[in-house]
Design a protein around this ligand. Sequence first.
Ligand code: NAD
Length: 428
Amino acid sequence: MNSKAFNPFEMAQAQFDKVADIINLDQPTRELLRYPIREFSFAIPVRMDDGSTKVFRGFRVQHNDARGPAKGGIRFHPHETLDTVRALATWMTWKCSVVDIPLGGGKGGVICDPHNLSQREQEAICRGWVRQMARNVGPVNDVPAPDVMTNPQHMLWMLDEFESIHGGRYPGFITGKPVGMGGSLGRTEATGFGLVYTLREALKELGIRPEDTRASVQGFGNVAQYAIRLYQQLGGKVACVSCWDQEDQTSYTFRKQAGIDLDQLLGITDRFGGIDKKKAASLGYEQLPGAAWIEQEVDILLPAAIENQITGDNVRKMHAKVRVIGEGANGPTTPEADKVIQERGIFVIPDFLANAGGVTCSYFEQVQGNMNFFWKREEVLSQLDNKMTAAFGAVSELARKQKLYMRDAAYVIAVTRVAEACHMRGWV
Ligand code: NAD
């Protein structure tokens, strides 16, 4: 539908350029922040289960580390590109900055499809990635984490490889580790919950009661599932969710007008966030085309799947009722679509603020690891709520005072902090 020539890095740069103009950023700092400070592209040869050898392509991009070690996930995806990783690394810099944690921005990836790989082959990819990057990542320079199609088990294989190479225990090398092996309670739900903490604040500001709202959600993976859980606890109704169907290689929207039953749907969902369509039909869900999630008569849209989903082509299909868009995914909305959303006065909680709960909890994982003392889940989630609520408050206050679009306000805060750090270090 909308993958034609979409380049997320160009989009990240366009968003940055707009804000650099707003804050009148000096030329050298613009040049520094428009591009990653460092990037790595490498081969990962893997002996496959059938005895053949396959060479996978791996990446790591460190966009900026003026405020602290680079931080960001590693994705496994068949359509991964260096430009996607660059964009995601850039957004990580702004994300850590907007929630004011002492970390920079990085991202990594491997072009592969875990659906078609055994556990052993995935382990070999993880270990191969670390062998290539072991001298350029670590607790004090760049800290990876899970992302799309990677999980705590992948992180532990990576940690084990890093520790074998460096000859010691370095739990601070990576976050998203399993609980009991240096991981933090609350990390699994952190991004989805963080999204809903900011949504709750947005609704408060708009004078809307959550129990009077309905939402449409794109995606049914980690972020979407926990966002739905908390949103429903606040009293909201989810009209539909959409997800990718591996068998048909397309996406579908599953709708139940009375509201989806989260636990019931979770029972028929695979570990990649794909819903079994036959079982969904037998449970009374309507199956619509993947794109239908955006057209629903709802108050809230939660894109929580992948980038480039609300575009110039489909933004006008949004129902007139939509009041809030909470961006769980990274880069779901293009600048072209942004213009229409802004004109319509829809309240946007921009991606790098809305989905910052994951990295904020990763930061808590580092803090707990450094103390070697682990908090209760309630403590983690209450600290997370405080951080997200404070960040949302700062952005929405600036947006109100300076009459800025929420995305621009978030950028102004984030870019100004990073630029100041670069200036104070004497880099530019
Ligand atoms: P996930 O792999 O657990 O789930 C992704 C979901 O999106 C799945 O349900 C999949 O079926 C669906 N999907 C994929 N392509 C789709 C399409 N074309 N149409 C509709 N649905 C589609 O991933 P996740 O961890 O939930 O991450 C989702 C998004 O949130 C990504 O953009 C990710 O970068 C971002 N994000 C995640 C975290 C985190 O902590 N997990 C943190 C910050 C940002």
